[in-house]
Design a protein around this ligand. Sequence first.
Ligand SMILES: [Zn+2]
Length: 625
Amino acid sequence: METDWRKIGLKAGLECHQQLDTGKLFCRCPSILKEDKPDIKVKRYIRAAASELGEFDRAALEAVGKKRIFVYEGYNDVTCELEFDECPPKPAEPEALETILKVALMSKSKILDEMFVMRKSVADGSVVSSFQRTMLVALGGELELSNKRVGIQSLALEEDAARPVEKKAGEITYRLDRLGIPLIELATAPELFSPEEVRECAEKIGELFRRTCRAKRGLGTIRQDVNISIAKGARIEVKGVQELGLIDEYVRREAQRQIALVELKEEMLHRKITEKNFEEFDAADLSQIFSHSECKFLHGKSVFGIKLQKMQGLIGKELQPDRRFGTELASYVKARTGLHGIIHSDELPAYGISERELEQVKHKCDCIMNDAFVLVQAEREKAESALRVVVERCRQALLGVPEETRDALENGNTEYSRPLPGAARMYPETDLEPVKVEEKYLNELKKELPLSVAEREKLYREKGLSTNLVEGMRLSNFACFFEQLLQKGVNATTAATLLLEGLTQLRREGITNISNEMVEEILLAERKGEITKDVLLGALREWSKCHEKKLGGILKELKMGKVAAGDVRKIIADIIEKNKQLVDEKGMHAIGALMGDAMQQLRGKADGGEISRVLREELGKRAKK
Ligand SMILES: [Zn+2]
């Protein structure tokens, strides 16, 4: 069934975060994620502190309500005192700044005269200092989609947060390698009106970032937040969509959820449910009923329940595929109290709970007619706070869609994570001067803006690259370097193959210290005819082991230098001489057998074509004798 998105008033905007492949933003650590054992571990407890403007943030308060311990893991080589909040920040990383300025120029954004570094409260523990630094760089601008233009609201440079590596009750472990990696944050205007438009826009933004040749690659290096609302719904921020291919599905399913919540509200109004129905709170102790239950997770445990007046059938209402209103209640309970799982009357009988127990619960909770109930398994205090969350969320359902932040789940669904952050989140960073960008510098940058994808395709084809190499190179991080090499006159196909395939092969072998200078020098040697293209990789491999040496020395050691044409002829004449019996028997047909020998002796010293030509000539001479 085709949904008419305009009719339901779908409106969406994107906020994209792209990690940059430069050093960290406010210290000089490298931006590298680590898998090995951390060198440093630190434990911290979070407590609420008002921002310097004296306000408390909604999201911050909710996080503090949960009483958590945070463990931070650091490394000697990729983290320093700054990640642990024990020294002042350094000025913004120049390459990162240059990259965002280029993005601003490419998207016609207005670059600010003065860029202030601000602190943004982060309450989930993912930043040791509890604030993330962010710097607004440009406002306005636009993106060209296939059939419209979408406004850009802002471009900011900010620090990435630490990444959670382990979550257990009351304790989260964060790894600090990611903390401080520069992110470009690009926010579009809410001008996207269908899931397909959102997807196209996200792709365009990704392309814009990748054209700079400084966007990190791989899962998790670009993260999208999507703001979605329908006319009768409310603004919902879906956070952390990592898979671009699913972004339209998140929009579709969020719109669907909002439509379902509006229907739920209408049905509640139809049933004459009002705020009054959620006023009294009387949790019933149901432990006795389940003392000998067949239900494994309630048997002999402390169980509490609450009645939800006239809500029968509504808790089971499907909001997204495989997600019911009951699932929604459960995720609120999880986010606010840490308690996993609720049981509601619309899904019973199930889990081994008997018909008889069900009747007893209804009686004990005072349920009549079309009342529903919710059960939780916990000690009284925790159970009561969980059930209060349930009642409160049901009361909110009377208003339709509550504004909130939701986490992207793997399958295109989302779950509640926290209220939308309030406006009190930002305050100035007092340790850093505002950044001023000179007009002259911007004019320089304008001259070296990355080519568009179409321009690249055209240039590369003209230089003779195959379709595959064009495809591989046009949005590769090597593209800018490749274009510099082209200007120096290297062979385009040889260079593209070395960059895209050769270096990947070397990385797979664990060789990561090949610099651009080395690549350039070896390609220039190939152009001058000092080395053949089939040994470029081998020479780089050897060079990487002792890259303080000069290329000439490496080639000499490896005997990889090209031999003079006369020497090629001499070596081939020797081969013919050694095999004269075969040559006398077979004449020109001996070429197949001798070519193998010749290639072996001359590999790297002469081109295959030249070897074959000389061999043919020498065989011809001999046959005439
Ligand atoms: Zn650092």
